[in-house]
Design a protein around this ligand. Structure first.
Ligand SMILES: [Zn+2]
Length: 313
């Protein structure tokens, strides 16, 4: 009899859950709110409840489910232990054991960006590649690294935390991690908006960005209309990203960088501005790396979570 799988992607505001066939075909997906109050103690029970409801609704039992894969923010060790997912309020515990105890189903956990990278490598923008770095440009900068087709967990589950690569010494503001000068402070959507305000303040040039609400989407749209100030902003932003990617390349030597997250909705213009500077910063052996846009969007996490289960056999 055919088995099914669940893929779960825990985000700061919603939890996405996908119900898949054992071959990895998505049958349906839904979302539940992430209840972060009381140190996030309702999050796992909410997921378990939603999964059990789906099993009953389909007329199935736990026996019909091959496993639950789950991606979550913060470091996740290979054995399923999560360390301080700060924005969920979690401390340190074994996520796989807890989810299995509450559902009666085998579970496998990974960091959200890393799991999304696995999804993109399996069915998305990096399909067919074995050595990939997924970079998500959103509120922060997330990273997931796949080497030889396998997730890089690292010794503390923090492999691929590329947002906190130290890039600049002259930074005065603090990063969310407490350090100053992290890649995330320049490469995130938040960093892009911060850069935009700086560029607008230092130039007299007229711009459609002046006076309005600024977001990464607004900036890129203005640049596509050839607004000079917006073009200057995304040019400088591309230079920051290229710097970070060149550092990562020297360590990982990937075949491809897959760019996801909200900022990647800008499309080719984003890749063009990265490629403009990347070769100038990269070690010669790493200069021919490819840059691609993520394809699975918000579904990368649930696909990658299911791949975690299928890879375990
Ligand atoms: Zn940081």
């Amino acid at each position: 009899m055919e088995k099914y799988c669940f893929g779960v992607d825990v985000g700061g505001t919603t939890i996405k859950i996908g119900f898949f066939t054992g071959d990895g075909d998505l049958l349906n997906k839904w979302e539940i709110p992430t209840r972060k109050e009381d140190n996030g103690k309702n999050i796992i029970p909410d997921i378990a409840k939603s999964i059990k409801f789906k099993i009953t609704e389909r007329g199935l039992t736990e026996e019909d489910i091959a496993g639950i894969g789950i991606g979550t923010p913060g470091p996740v060790e290979k054995n399923g232990v999560v360390h301080k997912a700060v924005n969920l309020g979690w401390g340190e515990f074994n996520l796989e054991e807890k989810l299995t105890a509450q559902t009666g189903i085998r579970s496998k956990a990974g960091n959200d960006a890393t799991v999304a990278a696995l999804g993109e490598a399996w069915k998305g923008g990096a399909k067919g590649y074995t050595d990939i770095v997924l970079v998500t440009l959103g509120t922060g900068v997330g990273g997931g690294i796949i080497i030889g087709g396998k997730i890089l967990y690292g010794s503390k589950g923090a492999g691929g935390e590329i947002g906190h690569i130290h890039l600049y010494n002259d930074e005065e503001e603090e990063c969310g991690c407490g350090n100053k000068g992290c890649f995330e402070q320049y490469g995130s959507a938040t960093g892009l908006v911060r850069l935009a305000h700086k560029v607008i303040a230092r130039t007299e040039e007229d711009s459609i960005l002046r006076g309005g609400k600024i977001s990464s989407r607004v900036i890129f749209n203005a640049a596509k209309q050839e607004d000079k100030v917006a073009c200057e902003i995304i040019d400088e932003y591309g230079r920051y990203l290229a710097h970070g990617f060149a550092v990562i390349s020297a360590v990982i030597d990937p075949q491809v960088f897959v760019i996801g997250g909200g900022v990647s909705n800008a499309g080719q213009i984003l890749l063009d501005n990265i490629e403009k500077y990347y070769k100038g910063y990269a070690f010669h052996a790493n200069r021919d790396v490819e840059f691609r846009l993520a394809k699975l969007g918000n579904d990368a996490g649930i696909y990658g979570a299911v791949k975690l289960i299928l890879d375990e056999g």
